[in-house]
Design a protein around this ligand. Structure first.
Ligand SMILES: [Zn+2]
Length: 407
């Protein structure tokens, strides 16, 4: 199969947009959208909503849900920014395709890393350039080209504002919107070899909270019960559950405990993250950690454990494989090879697939050094990936819909 006339027009149009895409990426990278930075997230949401409305989409905001207070060490009770949902469905047939992205980044909104700067002719560095402002630009340009040349695809684009913090405030919105759709396409950056992500481990968060008894370390040491010592033992036990051969990962940190060096600590806490390969293992893993809880108000130290498995594992199902094969055919027709692979990193693709639809991820830009102060994007991947996404959506939309049956 090669490109038909409409596909050629779309590909040529997107190619002609390359420098415009670079300019728009520079604009959005310059909007700081770090964790819970509502001023930046609000500006970003307005820019995105305006562009989506220009495509004729119905745009709504879904307000942020509450996040469990224990999830982060410094929860200041922020309300959280809304999720943006744009629908273009009217008068169109075929499957409903869900495109998903996030507007938040991991970068400090007050830090030094603030704008997109060229590294060389092919690459530029900037906060969120690859993860995932580049991916958002890819999706928007792909949809604009589809609307211009073939406004037939039924699509919903969901963009949340807390993906990097675990999507606790948007997971219900992602699940409910996924239930309206037949297949999901997520704009996380490509794998290092440019490949798509078909499989992801699951992920959960936990907190170990230890209560002890305070005492003066010199005058009354024997009467104290150190929460820090009990926490240290518990941390080592939990860390011992790590088993890389079985794709069981546990990472612990940050830690808090004690008020001064001459007081036996009466309170200590540790936060951590687990990764696991499937639902069964996720459940067993969290039960093993929760079994470390002990003591009560009269038997100190008291260890309590909070746990939230917020992202189920995302297996590579037959339906995911079918989508990946279609993407590989599109890539071949465009003249390049497209690999597929799995990763221990999690994304909203985990939540979307858990809601019952096959989901393909890693459709965003090629880039590297994600989550670091030297994150970069490979600029030519902007138009390359936008073309890939546009043609993939077009073909999935007009393809035999049985291929992407629900479940
Ligand atoms: Zn991301």
């Amino acid at each position: 199969m090669s490109l038909h006339q409409t596909e050629k027009q779309i590909a040529q149009h997107i190619q002609s947009q390359q420098s415009a895409m670079e300019n728009r990426l520079a604009d959005t990278v310059a909007i700081p959208t770090g964790h819970d930075f509502s001023r930046g997230l609000n500006s970003m949401r307005l820019v995105l909503a305006e562009r989506l409305r220009c495509m004729g989409a119905q745009v709504v905001e879904m307000s942020a849900a509450q996040r469990p207070a224990w999830i982060t060490p410094n929860d200041h009770g922020e309300v959280g920014s809304p999720t943006l949902v744009a629908r273009n469905l009217q008068g169109r047939g075929g499957p409903t395709l869900l495109i998903a992205g996030h507007m938040d980044t991991v970068h400090d909104p007050a830090g030094q890393f603030q704008k997109l700067s060229p590294l060389d002719r092919r690459r530029a560095t900037g906060p969120g350039a690859a993860d995932m402002k580049g991916g958002l630009e890819v999706a928007l340009s792909a949809l604009e080209a589809l609307e211009k040349f073939s406004p037939t695809v039924r699509w919903i684009f969901i963009i949340n504002a807390d993906e990097e913090a675990g999507s606790f405030r948007s997971s219900e919105h992602l699940a409910s919107v996924a239930k309206e759709c037949d297949a999901g396409f997520v704009l996380e950056p490509a794998l290092p070899n440019g490949g798509l992500v078909v499989e992801r481990l699951g992920s959960g968060q936990f907190m170990i909270d230890v209560l002890g008894r305070a005492a003066h370390s010199g005058r009354d040491f024997a009467n104290g019960i150190s929460a820090v010592n009990a926490l240290a033992q518990c941390v080592l036990q939990v860390a011992g559950l790590c088993d890389l051969k079985r794709n069981r990962i546990v990472n612990i940190g940050p830690l808090q405990g004690g008020a001064a060096t001459n007081i036996v600590a009466d309170h200590a806490r540790a936060w951590g993250n687990i990764r696991f390969a499937n639902a069964d293992d996720g459940q067993k893993f969290s039960q093993e950690i929760q079994a470390m809880a002990s003591g009560d108000a009269t038997h100190l130290p008291r260890i309590t454990i909070e746990m939230a498995v917020n992202r189920p594992a995302k297996p590579c199902t037959q339906d995911v494989l079918a989508l990946a094969l279609l993407a590989q055919v599109v890539a071949k027709d465009l003249g390049f090879d497209l690999a597929t692979g799995s990763t221990g990193g999690v994304s909203d693709a985990n939540l979307i697939q858990a809601a019952g639809i096959p989901c393909l991820d890693g459709l965003g830009v090629r880039g590297g050094n994600l989550h670091r102060g030297d994150e970069f994007v490979e600029l030519d991947s902007l138009s390359e990936r936008a073309t890939l996404l546009a043609l993939l959506l077009l073909r999935v939309s007009s393809d035999d819909t049985k291929k992407i049956s629900r479940g």
